[in-house]
Design a protein around this ligand. Structure first.
Ligand code: OSB
Ligand code: MG
Length: 374
């Protein structure tokens, strides 16, 4: 694929309602998009980075800089044949996995279009429809949370994940379980606890949670393995898993029984598939996480979720839960069964509304082959 142009854009998109986790509140998203033009086709990538470096060490501004000055010029100087060529092209750059995923995923999108097949098929997906769950942020009051759960269950979602932190956990689980004894429920602490909270975390076992996601430090395996020995509830790792080696280490150490795969966190489709395969070979189920993406990132998550070992409902939900109007057409919708059918058209299957993207763009750069000349 000859790279004709790489255009990097930042868009501002307000969330329909603020999203609160143990590390902070997000009300407005700064969405970074890469548009790659190649031989008459256009591939899109979304950077799933947060506005502040609170989930990972990357932020909107670091990703912008690294894509513009390092990764973009590296890619523009090459003629990649496959999305899978990107890890080699970006090898010299350490870390910055969300920045890398932005460009790599756009190349996979181009490759699917070039081959005339869906992105799901190119990735090796086997599902024609995927099960969906929702991730519910920390609310001001428990009644407000219960009202939201009621609405999401009525919409058909198959799993409810509650964000939690000290002070917003057992009391909440108790109220939710009392009201809905049979639903599939999980929680996500985003590293809000320490090992000294182990006695408290053991009390979560009473609520029959499908999993507890990332209870301890964002970069830890060892203490999670200590904690898992004391818990009946399976631990799921999110932040800790940066690549296949991490997945192997975590599985070997029994730090988790489930893995959340996020495209940005692991650096793109190539590594996401590698994590998926490593987990599958060892009997560890995976599911696809979300990062409050626009329809572009969301369509990539949908394609990824069609791989065989994505056997649990992901945080892949409808556009309207986040956006008044999404930047793709059709917007992403979920069936009353809590499922998303997989588009079979070439590429992502959701068209980018280019006029809307242009209208919302606050900065834009066209990346040149050698932006930096030393
Ligand atoms: O830990 O899964 C997480 C959102 C921002 C940062 C981290 C996480 C999340 C979510 C939202 O849980 C999932 C979604 O996009 O629906
Ligand atoms: Mg998480």
């Amino acid at each position: 694929m000859r790279i004709d142009a790489i255009i990097l854009r930042e868009l501002h998109l307000p969330l329909v309602r603020p999203f609160e986790t143990s590390f902070g509140v997000t009300s407005n998203r700064r969405i970074l998009l890469a548009e790659i033009r190649s031989e008459g086709l256009t591939g899109w990538g979304e950077c799933t980075v947060g506005e502040r470096p609170f989930f990972s060490g990357e932020s909107t501004d670091t990703a912008w800089q690294v894509i513009l000055n390092e990764l973009g010029p590296m890619l523009a100087a090459e003629t990649p044949h496959h999305g899978g060529d990107c890890p080699r092209i970006f090898k010299q750059v350490r870390g910055n996995r969300m920045a890398k995923a932005t460009l790599e995923n756009a190349i996979w999108d181009l490759e699917a279009q070039r081959e005339g097949i869906s992105l799901s098929r190119l990735l090796g997906g086997v599902r024609e429809i995927i099960p969906c769950g929702v991730s519910l942020g920390i609310q001001k009051t428990i009644p407000e949370l219960l009202a939201i759960i009621e609405k999401e269950l009525a919409a058909g979602y198959q799993r409810i994940k509650l964000k939690c932190k000290p002070g917003w956990d057992v009391e909440v689980f108790e109220k939710v379980r009392n009201r809905w004894p049979g639903i599939t429920l999980s929680c996500d602490a985003n590293s809000a606890y320490k090992l000294k909270d182990a006695d408290h975390l053991v009390t979560f076992d009473a609520f029959d949670l499908l999993m507890i996601e990332q209870p301890l430090w964002h970069d830890d395996f060892y203490y999670h393995s200590m904690l898992q020995k004391r818990l009946q509830t399976p631990i799921c790792l999110d932040e800790s898993i940066r690549n296949r080696r991490d997945a192997l280490a975590a599985i070997e150490m029994e730090s988790c029984k489930i893995i959340n795969i996020k495209l940005g966190r692991v650096g793109g489709f190539s590594e996401a598939i590698a994590v998926h395969n490593a987990a599958q070979e060892r009997g560890i189920p995976v599911w696809c996480g979300g990062m409050l993406e626009s329809g572009i990132g969301r369509s990539h998550n949908i394609a990824l979720s069609t791989l065989e070992n994505f056997s649990l409902p992901g945080d892949v939900s409808a556009s309207k839960r986040y956006w008044k109007e999404d930047i793709v057409e059709p917007e992403i919708t979920v069936l009353p069964t809590g499922e998303i059918p997989i588009p079979s058209t070439p590429g992502r299957g959701y068209e980018v509304k280019t006029e809307m993207v242009e209208r919302l763009t606050v900065r834009q750069e066209t990346i040149k082959e050698f932006a930096l000349v030393f």
